[in-house]
Design a protein around this ligand. Structure first.
Ligand code: CA
Ligand code: CA
Ligand code: CA
Ligand code: CA
Length: 305
């Protein structure tokens, strides 16, 4: 299962016209380069159909191998590994940004969410948000994420901060000390902190203005039957009585499209944006080029001898 807006693996990306400059990653360009090399090789060296087929199969296999280097979200309060971070176009492949909420005058800046991001692996759903000033989870302050999941239909309505959702199936509570999940089909989630189950459904890390959260798919009741659906959501930062709380979106609900494919497909952006390991993509692409070129030469020797 993978969110549609960054469900962009190595093979599909090669077939797409980049939507913005952030899509034109190093790996995409290298992929295009060695694809062109192969095309020239096949066209002008007059390889047999059989040899050409083998080379194409090798390239596809290589795509699968690179895809295995999945983006890994580490819940540590540092968002640098997020697909498309720090800025990308919402909805584009390689972009996990879900909403730009911005600075709202009435909302205290330490509870004022600026951007909100969502992605997932085969086992967890991840959320990231940043606030205008250093995030505060002072006493009585919390973030809740309400989810209306199409495959679940026994939730409740009227949850504080999430009243625009006609039904909430799962309620996620985020504090600096941890994350909790309530199954609203089993208990009445309505504004009652006693509803959250025991156990450890995930983790949270706050660092300055950044908060990362991981929640297990199992705690949300999400399975592969949810692939291709859209979860309706609302994110709410309750600042415990200060002038205004923060809602995302400011009105209505936010759709989270759920795609297919697991584990999290590699995104070209996330590879090029792996600032902690800037030479890894280059090394991978270089190895790929050498592998394909070597195979091509070997096949040429074999079939043109
Ligand atoms: Ca992180
Ligand atoms: Ca503000
Ligand atoms: Ca805001
Ligand atoms: Ca808002």
């Amino acid at each position: 299962m993978n969110l549609l807006w960054h469900n962009c693996d190595y093979r599909s990306a090669a077939l797409k016209i980049p939507q913005d400059s952030s899509d034109i990653s190093l790996v995409w360009r290298l992929h295009a380069a060695y694809s062109f090399f192969l095309w020239r090789y096949v066209m002008f060296k007059k390889l047999s159909f059989r040899a050409t087929s083998l080379i194409v199969a090798l390239v596809l296999a290589l795509g699968s191998a690179v895809t295995a280097f999945a983006t890994v979200i580490t819940v540590d309060g540092n968002p640098s590994e997020w697909p498309g971070y720090p800025s990308c176009t919402i909805g584009n492949s390689g972009c996990a940004l879900a909403a730009n909420d911005g600075d709202e005058v009435a909302v205290p800046d330490d509870n004022d969410i600026n951007t909100f991001w969502v992605t997932n692996s085969s086992s967890d759903m991840y959320f990231y948000f940043d606030t205008i000033a250093t995030t505060s989870f002072a006493s009585g302050e919390f973030v809740r994420i309400c989810l209306d999941i199409p495959s679940q239909s026994s939730g409740v309505s009227g949850i504080g901060g999430c009243t625009t959702l006609t039904e909430v199936d799962r309620l996620i509570l985020i504090l600096s000390s941890g994350v909790r999940v309530a199954d609203c089909s089993a208990v009445n989630c309505n504004d009652n902190f006693a509803v959250f189950g025991s156990g450890t459904p995930g983790s949270v890390a706050t660092n300055g203005v950044n908060t990362e959260v991981g929640v297990t798919l199992s705690s949300l009741g999400l399975t592969h039957t949810d692939d291709g659906s859209t979860l309706s959501s609302v994110i709410f930062f309750d600042n415990n009585g200060s002038p205004a709380d923060d809602n995302i979106p400011n009105s209505g609900t936010l759709g989270i499209p759920v795609g297919t494919g697991s584990p999290t497909a590699i995104t070209l952006n996330s590879m090029s944006a792996a600032s902690g390991t800037p030479y890894l993509p280059l090394a991978l692409a270089g190895a790929a080029f050498v592998l394909v070129a070597g195979a091509g030469l070997a096949l040429r020797k074999r079939y043109m001898a």
